[in-house]
Design a protein around this ligand. Structure first.
Ligand code: IFM
Length: 593
């Protein structure tokens, strides 16, 4: 990777992501078996307005059009998931050739359009038959997953290099086995929840082994967990320590942590704190399980949508900060925290010393087509600007981030929320399946084309944007210094109160506005007086003073010389400049009168 300090490195991966159940539709076509989501959405009171993914974005039939749109946006990579029951309708055993054929064609289409496929093996749509056999609670589930992985890798790895094993185990185990918001819709004892989680870790390890054994080209393998990210409220050492502590903590009964999941995968054991906090609920395992789970991976995928701000309490422990009233929230009411894209990669790479790929990041808002036929999702554009500036900062400080996948390429079925949420860069009209690239999609297009350079324009403003009145004042003073004006008349020109203008000017520049104007007038007067034969009255006039007496008073105060003295001193110095001090008279305050 070159040029780590100027922004996004050469070869940085700009992509977008989706998942099979959320976009494909064709739920029972060409031999596909039902998934747990097909069955769950059939049940009452599971999904907002009884929405389902039977048609979704109809991507199964429209993938060629979708890939063309990806190319138009300029995506370098597309992350999609494989529907397990499309490949193995019953989860194990008989392979559905047509299902494999679909992914074959999709991969070919992507490559033909210059887009690198990134395949996720599990994004939540387990074959329903496997749920009947206990789903992730069954100790055989890791083996089922390994066998399924083998089928996919055999078929696609001649063209696919990038593999992600599991997407967000915290989520599909937490919502599926603990709170029943997702299928299979169970509310189990915490010990069973953790047991199911342990099986997913084994499944991950098996899958990595299978990919390494069977891949037809050197694979690039990672996974995409979804642990909570904590950001310090201030850059103080104490607050940073508190954020680090929270990002590493395991909290009782909760699954949304990083280390319970990440430590086995990277270090080959559960974190001690986790074992202590979960106590008797910890899963049953053999030590040898960790030999399976801990497999070398090439990158740590991060799905980051929000961040919790924390500060150090009196005992140094993290305390969540109150959200300021009016802080932007997504439709989900997730806190928009751009610095999560700085702190997340930074703290996770510090913990696991692996390259980071942002495998999901995005925001859902209520997009709509405007009268001009376009989708003006300025909130998403701002979200992207702020988050990618934070990511850029992490990279420029040396955090090894290899890629960014926006969630999502297009609007889609948002699980229990149905189609209420729109996360896409591309708007989907579910009535007629028309696609419209949103403003954010065009914005992303420019960003990709410039490898992130287009962010520069926001960076300079973002660093410390001069308030409008200050910017305009500076411009006005420079252009009109020969005119008679003061703070009051300047404020009137800018349509604001003189006190407000003075306050903003002082805040931003650290200088008193009327002193600044006076200083600029004297600078101008000195320039005039340096001209051979210049009259003092010319200096008065051209520096915007209303009368000579006032001018002389101010000139003397600021330079320590009368205008005449300044003129004489300057001229004599020009005639015989003292050695080595040719510019001394340039600084009249250093010259005694
Ligand atoms: O839509 C989901 C995705 O399936 C997993 N990560 C979070 C996204 C937004 O909720």
């Amino acid at each position: 990777m070159s040029d780590m300090h100027s922004g996004f490195p050469d070869g940085f991966i700009w992509g977008a992501a989706t998942s099979s159940y959320q976009i494909e539709g064709a739920w029972d076509e060409d031999g596909k078996g039902p998934s747990i989501w097909d069955r769950f959405t059939d049940r009452e009171n599971t999904i907002w307005r009884r929405h389902h993914g039977r048609v979704a974005c109809d991507h199964y039939h429209r993938f060629r059009q979708d890939v063309a749109i990806m190319q138009q946006i300029g995506l370098g990579a597309y992350r999609f998931s494989i529907s397990w029951p499309r490949i193995l309708p019953e989860g194990t055993g008989k392979v559905n050739k047509a299902g494999l054929g679909f992914y074959d064609a999709l991969v070919d289409e992507l490559l033909a359009h210059g887009i690198e496929p990134w395949v996720t093996l599990y994004h939540w749509d387990m074959p329903n038959e496997l749920f009947y056999r206990g789903g992730w609670l069954n100790p055989s589930s890791p083996k089922w997953f390994a066998d399924y992985t083998a089928v996919v890798v055999e078929r696609l790895s001649d063209r696919v290099k990038h593999w992600i094993t599991l997407n967000e185990p915290q989520c599909f185990i937490g919502l599926g086995y603990q709170t029943a918001e997702h299928p299979p819709g169970l509310q189990l004892d915490f010990s069973d929840v953790l047991q199911a989680g342990h099986h997913t870790l084994l499944a991950h390890g098996h899958a990595v082994t299978v990919i390494r054994e069977k891949a037809k080209q050197k694979p690039n393998i990672g996974w995409s967990p979804a642990g909570s990210i904590y950001c310090p409220t201030s850059p103080s050492l104490e607050d940073v320590k508190a954020a680090r502590q929270a990002t590493q903590a395991v909290y009782p009964k909760g699954l949304w942590n990083n280390r319970w999941w990440g430590d086995p995968v990277v270090f080959g054991h559960y974190p001690e704190e986790g074992l202590r906090v979960y106590g008797s609920n910890a899963p049953r395992f053999k030590d040898s399980d960790f030999e399976t789970i801990k497999q070398p991976i090439d990158f740590y995928g991060c799905n980051i949508f929000q961040g919790v701000s924390v500060y150090a309490g009196p005992d140094g422990n993290p305390v969540p900060a109150e959200l300021a009233p009016g802080k932007p929230l997504s439709l989900y009411e997730w806190n928009q925290a751009p610095d999560s894209l700085y702190w997340g990669p930074r703290l996770l790479s510090e913990m696991y010393k692996l390259p980071i790929v942002i495998t999901e990041n995005g925001v859902s808002i209520g997009d709509q087509i405007s009268h001009d036929g376009r989708v003006h999702d300025s909130v998403r554009v701002d979200f992207l600007i702020d988050h990618l500036l934070a990511l850029k900062k992490a990279i420029s400080e040396g955090v090894d981030v290899r890629g960014y996948f926006h969630w999502s390429f297009m609007d889609n079925f948002e699980w229990q929320e149905g189609y209420k949420h729109r996360f896409g860069l591309v708007y989907v009209d579910y009535e007629n399946q028309e696609r419209t690239i949103k403003d954010s999609g065009f914005w992303y297009q420019e960003l990709i084309a410039t490898n992130g350079e287009s962010l520069q324009k926001y960076l300079s403003q973002d660093a410390n944007p001069p308030p409008y009145v200050v910017k305009e004042s500076l411009k006005y003073i420079e252009a009109n210094i020969h005119e008679v004006f003061n703070v009051k008349s300047l404020a009137a020109k800018l349509n604001c109160h003189p006190d407000f203008l003075s306050r903003r000017f002082k805040q931003y520049t650290g200088t008193d506005l009327s002193s600044y104007i006076r200083q600029m007038r004297i600078e101008r007067a000195r320039d005039v007086l340096k001209r051979p034969g210049a009259l003092i009255d010319e200096a008065v006039e051209q520096s915007g003073f209303s009368d000579r007496i006032h001018f002389t008073k101010v000139f003397r105060k600021l330079t320590g010389l009368t205008p005449g003295q300044f003129q004489r001193q300057f001229q004599s110095m020009m005639e015989s400049p003292p050695d080595g001090v040719g510019l001394k008279a340039e600084n009249p305050r250093s010259t005694s009168s």
